[in-house]
Design a protein around this ligand. Structure first.
Ligand SMILES: *[C@@H]1O[C@H](CO)[C@@H](O)[C@H](O)[C@H]1NC(C)=O
Ligand SMILES: *[C@@H]1O[C@H](CO)[C@@H](O)[C@H](O)[C@H]1NC(C)=O
Ligand SMILES: *[C@@H]1O[C@H](CO)[C@@H](O)[C@H](O)[C@H]1NC(C)=O
Length: 393
């Protein structure tokens, strides 16, 4: 499109500026006009064909959803169209009309059988609040879970060796989770002794947090970003002050990881924020590195206000070592594990892959910014280019 746009504008300039100028130059200018028009015509035709081909190859990539809907659904009467779904099991038959609760929330977690006890404790916390639970079994073991009473009501997805973001992209499409007010996309190894989902929901609603996470107990095993650490004296915090290390955070900091930031291990999204975040997740970049830095763009407004960490309801990142596999204790690479719950021997490979994915993601973002001429960075208020912060992911 860039080339077409520039051709068009150049041609317009040509038309208005030179074509009608001097009679002497008319034949030459006329020829030039024709040549230019021909080039514009060819470019347009080529671009059009190219777009058509793209659309055929990747129909859902290149078409806007609305255009898709209006075109492919035009043969259906409008009133019959249902554009969304949900994750609620339905009875095969039912005489009495079951009144659906007015509020739904979703807990989604990748899980492995080795963490069953912790997952059970975690889910137990959410059941009184009537959360819908969807478990992604990355080890493929589903049978081992049926003895838990709540298991029958949960949704179980078994696909081996995939990451949280892989599952989320495939099974939490916004059209499928649109009835849920909040989506909790959590890791399985979180301690919830000091966490109450009901109170948490009231806080994020009251505080207008579109993207949030419970704070981490300071004695959690791995703390990657200071902003996630619990402040004992607060209910919620939205920024961190940091004067040591490579990242300096102060009142003037405008973005991650100083403010407008949550980490990937226990994010909570509002419906609107999830709609956006799902689109931000790259289908092929399964480790999700780098995405946390951009999540603030999905905050539906000012990320310094609508993204926050809840202190009064907090969790412990326990990094439970799975039983009977002592060798993991020594050098578990936690930063890998929390994005990809699979404990594998090939941690180096995963780290390499994640680092590579991070670079690809950054490049894609930058290219997208460059190509989308109409895009204005909502967070670039200060024209002075600040020093680029170095961040690992
Ligand atoms: C959960 O559902 C039950 C049964 O429908 C209802 O009695 C209860 O009030 C609900 N709890 C919450 C927190 O909405
Ligand atoms: C962290 O400290 C609290 C309070 O001292 C304690 O209850 C909790 O078990 C500790 N958690 C871990 C993971 O050590
Ligand atoms: C999943 O990962 C485990 C551990 O690395 C491996 O043994 C197994 O073959 C993998 N399974 C699949 C389906 O890729």
């Amino acid at each position: 499109m860039t080339s077409l746009r520039s051709w068009k504008s150049r041609n317009a300039f040509f038309d208005g500026g030179k074509c009608g100028l001097k009679m002497r130059q008319l034949p030459f200018m006329g020829m030039l006009c024709i040549v230019m028009l021909f080039i514009v015509y060819r470019t347009t035709t080529y671009q059009h064909r190219h777009t058509e081909m793209e659309a055929k190859l990747h129909p859902f990539d290149s078409l806007k959803e609305s255009a898709l809907a209006s075109g492919l659904l035009s043969s259906l009467p409008e009133g019959i169209i249902r554009a969304s779904s949900d994750l609620e099991p339905k009875p095969l038959w039912s005489r009495s009309k079951v009144r659906a609760p007015s509020h739904h929330n979703l807990l989604a977690m990748p899980v492995g059988i080795k963490q069953k006890n912790n997952v059970d404790a975690l889910v137990q916390k959410f059941l009184p609040e009537n959360f819908t639970v969807i478990l992604f079994h990355y080890d493929g073991h589903v049978d081992g879970w049926w003895d838990l009473e709540w298991s029958n009501k949960a949704i179980h997805i078994a696909v081996k060796n995939q990451t949280k973001w892989w599952y989320a992209k495939r099974f939490l499409h916004p059209a499928v989770v649109s009835i849920y007010d909040y989506v909790f996309l959590w890791d399985e190894d979180l301690g919830v002794k000091h966490f109450d989902p009901g109170r948490y929901l009231r806080i994020v609603r009251d505080e207008g947090l579109e993207i949030s996470q419970p704070a981490l107990d300071p004695n959690s095993t791995e703390i990657h970003h200071r902003i996630t650490v619990r402040s004992r004296t607060k209910k919620v915090h939205r920024r961190v002050y940091e004067n040591r290390g490579s990242t300096k955070c102060s009142d003037v900091s405008e973005g991650p990881p100083c403010t407008g930031f949550v980490e990937g291990m226990a994010p909570v999204f509002s419906r609107a924020a999830w709609y956006c975040a799902w689109h931000l997740i790259q289908n092929d970049l399964v480790h999700g590195w780098g995405m946390d830095m951009k999540l603030g763009y999905c905050a539906q407004g000012d990320r310094t206000k609508k993204v926050g960490v809840v202190d009064s309801e907090y969790i412990v990142h326990q990094a439970i070592q799975t039983l009977g596999t002592a060798k993991k204790n020594s050098n578990t690479d936690e930063s890998i594990k929390r994005h990809s719950p699979i404990i594998v021997d090939s941690r180096m490979e995963i780290r390499r892959q994640s680092t590579w994915e991070l670079e690809v993601f950054k490049k894609r973002w930058n290219e997208a910014v460059k190509e989308d001429k109409g895009w204005v960075d909502p967070f670039k208020r200060n024209p002075i280019r600040r020093k680029r912060r170095r961040h690992r992911h």
